[in-house]
Design a binder for this molecule. Structure first.
Ligand code: GDP
Length: 746
C-alpha cells in the first residue's frame, strides 16, 4: 500500500483510466487514489439525502453505492439465485439493511470522495437531526414525481434553511403513473419557496420513461446495460428540441436572478457558455439562492449518475462551508470560534462524534473532523468529560466493508472503535482550548408520555432500547414515576416519542403502548422575592441548626428553562462546606412547584448570608433550611406557569388562508409571518404546544387534505391566565384539595 501512496497523481490517473473497464482493478486502484488525493479539499463532498418517507431515499442510496462501485454483489446475486438475465430490477432490494446501515458511507465518484451521511429517518426536531445536518455540507432533497412536496418535505426544507444547507432537488419515480415533474417543480417554488429550475427533462413519461435530456449541454442521456450502468449520450430527440430550448432559457433566467455575473451577461444579452452557466449555478446553489432540479427514477436506474455529477458540480466542498465551535469557559460568555478547513496539521484537531453504532464491528463511533488532523495512535480528549483516549485505529466505512486509514483531516468522516462517549461529544487534541462543537446545554423535553411494553417478556429489550436511545439523543429522557407507578418518556414532541416507540418495535421487537401526551409546563417567579429562613431542631439528640438569607429571582426570558445557584456569602456565617447542602435543597424543591406540581425553572437562588451553630450545623441542616427558604418564597412570591411554544409552519392553497388563520387564533397562536407564491401560501406562527394536539386531522379535514404543517420547539413563555387557572385547579383536585364551589371548565 505504501508503494502506491507516493505515486504522483498524474500517473495514477493514467492507471485509473487504463483500468477503468476492469471493475475490480478500479476499486483497488481508486482505494489508493484517495491516499494520494487526501489533501484536496475540493475533492470531498459530505452530503445527506433527505426525503418524505417512501420517496425512494433508500433505493436511491443503493443505486449510488452500486454505480460508485461500493456494492458489486451483482455477479454474486446472479450466480447464486439463478435469476440471471431475467432479473428486471436490481436484486439489491433484498440485501437492504446490510448495505446502507452505516451512519456514513464512503464512496468515490470520478475521483471525488462523496460521503453519504445518513440523516435520521424521522424529521421531528431533535438534537439528532440537528447534528446530522451540521455534519453534512450539502443535501439531495428527494421528491416523488407523483406525491411532490409532502409534509416531511416541508420539515426537512425548514431544517435545511435553518442550518443553511445547500441542496439539489431530485424528482424521483418518473416511471410512476401520474408522474408530473412540472407540477412538482411548481410546488418546489410555491410550497418550499425555492428559486428553482430544471437542469434536465425526462424523455418519455411514466412507464415509457426512456432517459433524460441535459439542458445545459443539450444532449440526451440513456441508461443502458442490465442495470443502467452504461450511460449513452445522444442528440436531443427532435420532438423535444423546442421544449428543451424553452426550459434552458427558463433555467438561465432563474439563475440570472440569483447570480450577478450571469445576471449581467443576461442583461447584456450575451450567451453564456456551458461553463459560465455551471459556475453560476454552483455559486447560486452554495448561497441557497437557487435550487437545481434534476429528475430520474432510481428504481428503473435512470438519472442517478448525472445526479452524482450534480453533487460534484453544485454542492459545496467542506472548505466552502463555515463551521464554528463554541468556546465555553466557566464564568465567561460563550464565544464562537471559526474553524479552519485547511487539510494539514497546522491547526489543532477538533472533531464531533455524531453517531454511535453497536454493530457487526462492535462499538463504533462516527466522527467528523472539523479542524486539523489526527493520526493513528494519537491521544485525544473528550471535551465534555476531559477524559483522555488513545486512538489505536482509524477507519472509514462504506456499505459493508471497512478500511483502515492512517490519518484523517478536516472535512473527513471517519470512525473509531471502543471509545466511550455520548453522541454529540467533541474530541480535541488540546483540552486547554475549551472548544466544543455543541453546546453542553440541551433543551429540556417539552412532552411526556407513559410507556410500557405490551408483553412483559420484552422488558429486557425495552431496557436495552431505552439505554441506547437516551445515550444517543439527550433530548429523549426516561424516568419512573413512583406516584403513578408508571414509566415516563419525555422528548421534544409527540412525533419524537412516537418514533422511538416505533423503533423499539422495529429494532428491538418490543411492542410498546404510549399513554396520552402531557405537556411539560414549568413554574417560575414573576419578580424577585427575599427569604430569611432558620431551620432549628434542638430538642434531644443531635440538633440541627441552619439559617439562610438571600433572594430567589427570575432569570431573563432566554434563560427561563434553567436553574442557577450562586453563593454570594462573605465571611464564615455559612461555612463553605455547607454550601453544597444549600444548593441541593434548592434543587430538590425545584422538582415540584406550588401551583401545578410542575418543575420550577428560570430562577436563580442567590445566597447572601446565614448563620450556623458550632455543633448542630450540618450539610443536612442547611439543605433543610434551603428547602424552607423556597417554601417561604412559595408563599410570599408571585409565581406563574410557563408553557412550551412551538414554531409552526402551515402551507395550503390560498383559498384556505382565512380558515387557517382562524385555526391559529382559536389555538391562541400568534402569526409571525406569511408568504405566498403561485396560489399557495405559508403561515408562520407561534402556538402553545398544549393547543396543538390533534391539529393534523383538523388541518386535513378543513383543507380537503391539501394543507401541510410542521412544527418544532421554540421556547417557554408564560401561559394565558385561564390556562394557568385550569392547571392549578386540576392539580388541586389531583392532590385531593377539591375546591367546593369551583367546578372545572369543560
Ligand atoms: P424511502 O422510504 O424514501 O427510503 O423509500 P424507499 O427507497 O424505501 O422506496 C419506497 C418504495 O418506492 C419502494 O417500494 C421502492 O421500490 C419504490 N421506489 C423507489 N424509487 C422508485 C422509482 O423510481 N419508481 C418507482 N415506481 N418506485 C420507486
Amino acid at each position: 500500500m505504501s508503494v502506491f501512496k507516493y505515486i504522483d497523481r498524474k500517473s495514477l490517473r493514467k492507471i485509473l483510466k487504463l483500468t477503468s473497464n476492469l471493475k475490480e482493478d478500479r476499486n483497488v486502484f481508486s482505494s489508493y487514489a484517495k491516499y494520494a488525493e487526501h489533501k484536496e479539499l475540493d475533492h470531498i463532498r459530505n452530503i445527506g439525502i433527505s426525503a418524505h418517507i417512501d420517496s425512494g431515499k433508500t433505493t436511491l442510496t443503493e443505486r449510488i453505492l452500486f454505480y460508485t462501485g461500493r456494492i458489486s454483489e451483482m455477479h454474486e446475486v446472479k450466480g447464486k439465485d439463478n435469476v440471471g438475465a431475467t432479473m428486471d430490477s436490481m436484486e439489491l432490494e433484498r440485501q437492504r439493511g446490510i448495505t446502507i446501515q452505516s451512519a456514513a458511507t464512503y464512496t468515490l465518484w470520478k475521483g471525488y470522495n462523496i460521503n453519504i451521511i445518513d440523516t435520521p429517518g424521522h424529521v421531528d426536531f431533535t438534537v439528532e437531526v440537528e447534528r446530522a445536518l451540521r455534519v453534512l455540507d450539502g443535501a439531495i432533497l428527494v421528491l416523488c414525481a407523483v406525491g411532490g412536496v409532502q409534509s416531511q418535505t416541508l420539515t426537512v426544507n425548514r431544517q435545511m434553511k435553518r442550518y443553511s444547507v445547500p441542496c439539489i432537488a431530485f424528482i424521483n419515480k418518473l416511471d410512476r403513473m401520474g408522474a408530473n415533474p412540472v407540477r412538482v417543480l411548481s410546488q418546489i417554488r410555491s410550497k418550499l419557496g425555492h428559486n428553482a429550475a430544471f437542469l434536465q427533462l425526462p424523455i418519455g413519461a411514466e412507464s415509457d420513461t426512456k432517459g433524460i435530456v441535459d439542458l445545459i449541454e443539450r444532449k440526451a442521456l440513456y441508461f443502458e446495460g442490465q442495470h443502467g450502468e452504461a450511460v449513452r449520450e445522444d442528440e436531443v430527440p427532435q420532438s423535444m428540441r423546442a421544449e428543451c430550448e424553452d426550459r434552458r432559457q427558463e433555467l438561465i433566467e432563474h439563475v440570472s436572478n440569483a447570480d450577478d455575473v450571469l445576471g449581467e451577461m443576461f442583461l447584456e444579452e450575451k450567451t453564456p457558455s456551458e461553463a459560465d452557466l455551471k459556475a453560476a449555478i454552483r455559486r447560486a446553489c452554495l448561497r441557497r439562492s437557487f435550487t437545481p432540479v434534476m429528475v430520474g427514477t432510481a428504481l428503473k436506474n435512470k438519472g442517478v449518475q448525472p445526479l452524482l455529477d450534480g453533487v460534484v458540480d453544485y454542492l459545496p466542498n467542506p472548505g466552502e462551508v463555515q463551521n464554528v465551535a463554541l468556546r465555553e469557559e466557566e464564568g465567561k460568555k460563550q464565544e464562537k470560534i471559526i474553524l479552519s478547513p485547511v487539510r494539514d496539521g497546522s491547526t489543532p484537531f477538533v472533531a464531533l462524534a455524531f453517531k454511535l453504532e453497536a454493530g457487526r464491528y462492535g462499538q463504533l463511533t462516527y466522527l467528523r473532523c472539523y479542524q486539523g488532523m489526527l493520526k493513528k495512535g494519537d491521544t485525544i480528549f473528550n471535551a465534555r468529560t476531559n477524559k483522555k483516549v488513545r486512538i489505536p485505529r482509524l477507519v472509514r466505512l462504506h456499505a459493508n466493508q471497512m478500511e483502515d486509514v492512517s490519518e484523517v483531516y478536516a472535512g473527513d468522516i471517519f470512525a473509531v472503535f471502543g471509545v466511550d462517549c455520548a453522541s454529540g461529544d467533541t474530541f480535541v487534541l488540546d483540552p486547554k482550548l475549551n472548544l466544543a462543537m455543541e453546546s453542553i446545554y440541551v433543551p429540556d423535553p417539552v412532552v411526556s408520555m407513559s410507556i410500557k411494553p405490551v408483553n412483559s417478556k420484552d422488558r429486557d429489550n425495552f431496557s436495552k432500547a431505552v439505554a441506547r436511545f437516551t445515550k444517543e439523543d439527550p433530548t429523549f429522557r426516561f424516568h419512573y414515576d413512583p406516584d403513578n407507578k408508571e414509566t415516563i418518556v419525555s422528548g421534544m414532541g409527540e412525533l419524537h416519542l412516537e418514533i422511538y416507540a416505533q423503533r423499539m418495535q422495529r429494532e428491538y421487537s418490543c411492542e410498546v403502548v404510549l399513554g396520552k401526551p402531557k405537556v411539560s409546563f414549568r413554574e417560575t417567579l414573576v419578580k424577585p422575592c427575599e427569604f430569611d429562613y432558620l431551620h432549628k431542631k434542638q430538642s434531644g439528640g443531635a440538633g440541627q441548626y441552619a439559617r439562610v438569607i438571600g433572594v430567589l429571582e427570575p432569570l431573563p426570558p432566554e434563560a427561563n428553562t434553567v436553574l442557577e445557584f450562586s453563593d454570594e456569602t462573605k465571611g464564615t456565617n455559612v461555612p463553605k462546606q455547607f454550601i453544597p447542602g444549600v444548593e441541593k435543597g434548592f434543587h430538590q424543591m425545584a422538582e415540584k412547584g406550588l401551583l401545578s406540581g410542575h418543575k420550577i425553572a428560570g430562577v436563580k437562588f442567590r445566597l447572601f448570608d446565614g448563620a450556623h451553630h458550632i455543633v448542630d450545623s450540618s450539610e443536612l441542616a442547611f439543605m433543610l433550611a434551603a428547602q424552607g427558604a423556597v417554601k417561604q418564597v412559595f408563599e410570599n412570591g408571585v409565581w406563574q406557569i410557563l408553557e412550551p411554544i412551538m414554531s409552526v409552519e402551515i402551507t395550503a392553497p390560498e383559498e384556505f388562508q382565512g380558515v387557517i388563520a382562524g385555526h391559529i387564533s382559536k389555538r391562541h397562536g400568534i402569526v409571525t409571518g406569511t408568504d405566498s407564491q403561485e396560489g399557495w401560501f405559508t403561515i408562520y406562527a407561534e402556538v402553545p404546544l398544549n393547543e396543538m394536539f390533534g391539529y393534523a386531522s383538523e388541518l386535513r379535514s378543513s383543507t380537503q387534505g391539501k394543507g401541510e404543517f410542521a412544527m418544532d420547539y421554540s421556547r417557554y413563555s408564560p401561559c394565558l391566565p385561564d390556562v394557568q387557572e385550569q392547571l392549578m385547579q386540576e392539580y388541586q383536585e389531583s392532590i385531593g384539595n377539591v375546591p367546593q364551589q369551583k367546578k372545572r371548565k369543560n
